[in-house]
Design a protein around this ligand. Structure first.
Ligand code: PMP
Length: 439
């Protein structure tokens, strides 16, 4: 067991300044957080000198791992000449050119500072374009904290079981009823539910908001039939498709929609495109993006932001993305295949009640013998949560930070040895489960 006394001391200090000791609800604790001292490529070193392989990478942001030298050099070069201006810079044009040349759904783009903001403006753009208020979205998927993107949880199975059809529920006490009234939930890969909902509500619905492989909802691939039905039904009713690729843009050179044959009207990005600096982007068809304004008309949808398109995020993002050549994506994909296959082989060999989902550089381990096909299967009940806690704890003991209930991700800083250590940590975990009679 590693020593963690410095993390413990920092957490005690933090508790007197932050309401729960942290400044974001997503900080993991076991039972207190690992405070980072520094990052080194695929690894991070905590304040007690422990070294961990980082499978979190700030929630899939750092596609090159920590301290990637080309990004650091680009940013250091800018620091002394001003870090934000009211005026535009060439840096934003260069990143926009890179993204629009790679991602088919991004004919035009606008930059903001987070994925939350990107999703917020994409929803507003769909409303401005269609003149309708409503949002249809996938049950259990995560899209950030804009109210209409946030209320996406149906009621969890308890006494009554899952609700059918799913209904948006308040995320916090005091959630306006009007928000709930304007959000319609869909089950992932449910073609009938999709057709029923859009047929009944199309006059109210501006957009279907969908992450092609929603990580919180299970990191499950979309069925080709669902993708085809979505395009067909949405265009029948003049409803826009927003692909939220804040996380999944990392699935390929052209992004996740291109990979799965989805043709969205709007697309949101974030995370990897900022090279480790805050960023978000809204892209889309030229015709739809005109809501942000044209050279000769006032915008239907005003969008600003003090730090939007700041040169640090723009330059860092461009350097990080330039290094993501098709070959770099291929290499990550092969490493991802290797880790998913290896985990599945271990599960099969030991007859363990686990399953694996994911694609490209992403994977999730589920405490269910059959791989989930939608959020309801991937939902962790109390027993499932306990298994996942033991697993992340065991991984930490093996020097690996495995995100809890979210996508684990690889970075270009990782090598074969890192993949092997993930597989052997999982084997050790299954061994411990068997020995304790829990497996
Ligand atoms: N959409 C998706 C699909 C995400 O994964 C996230 C962040 N995990 C967001 C939106 C929100 O992004 P941010 O945390 O940058 O606001």
């Amino acid at each position: 067991t590693s020593v963690r006394s410095n993390s413990f001391r920092l957490f005690s200090r933090a508790k007197s300044v932050f309401p729960d000791g942290t400044t974001r609800v997503t900080v993991e604790r076991d039972p207190f957080p690992v405070y980072v001292q520094r990052g080194e490529g695929a690894y991070l070193v905590d304040v007690d000198g422990n070294r961990f392989l980082d499978l979190n990478n700030n929630f899939t942001t750092l596609i090159h791992g920590h301290g990637y030298a080309p990004v650091s050099e680009a940013v250091v070069g800018l620091l002394n000449s001003g870090t934000c201006f009211a005026n535009p810079t060439e840096h934003e044009i260069a990143l926009a050119e890179l993204l629009t040349s790679r991602i088919p759904a991004m004919e035009r783009v606008r930059f903001v500072n987070s994925g939350t903001e990107a999703v917020m403006f994409a929803i507003k753009a769909a409303r401005a374009f269609t003149g309708r208020p409503g949002v249809a979205r996938i049950e259990g998927a995560y899209h950030g904290a804009y109210d209409w993107a946030e209320v996406g949880q149906s009621v969890s199975p308890g006494r009554g079981g899952w609700e059918s059809p799913p209904r948006a529920r308040p995320v916090y006490r005091g959630t306006p009823q009007s928000v709930l009234d304007d959000v319609h939930l869909l089950r992932f890969n449910d073609v009938d539910g999709l057709e029923r909902l859009l047929a009944a509500q199309h006059q109210h619905i501006a957009c279907v908001l969908i992450d092609p492989m929603p990580s919180r909802a299970g990191l499950i691939a979309p069925n080709p039939g669902f993708v085809a039905a979505l395009s067909e039904v949405a265009s029948r009713y003049g409803i826009l498709i927003i692909a939220d690729e804040v996380l999944n843009l990392r699935q390929g050179y052209a992004g996740a929609s291109a990979r799965y044959g989805l043709r969205p009207d709007l697309i949101t990005a974030g995370k990897i495109i900022g090279g480790g600096f805050p960023i978000g982007a809204i892209g889309g068809r030229e015709e739809v993006m005109r809501v942000f304004g044209t050279e000769d008309a006032k915008p239907l949808l005003p969008q600003g932001g003090t730090f939007s398109a700041n040169p640090l995020s723009m330059a860092a993002g461009r350097v990080a993305m330039e290094a993501m050549t098709p070959e770099a994506f291929d290499r990550l994909e092969r490493m991802g295949d290797r880790v998913r296959l290896g985990l599945r082989e271990t599960i099969a060999r030991r007859g363990a009640p686990f399953s694996i989902t994911g694609a490209a550089s992403l994977f999730r381990i589920h405490p269910t013998p059959i791989a989930p096909t939608e959020y309801r299967d991937a939902y962790l009940d109390v027993a499932g949560m306990a298994v996942m806690r033991r697993m992340t704890h065991q991984f930490a003991q093996s020097g690996i930070l495995l995100p809890y209930g979210a996508a684990a991700c690889l970075s270009t800083a990782m090598g074969d040895g890192d993949i092997e250590s993930v597989l052997s940590a999982f084997e050790d975990f299954l061994c411990a489960e068997t020995q304790s009679g829990k497996g």
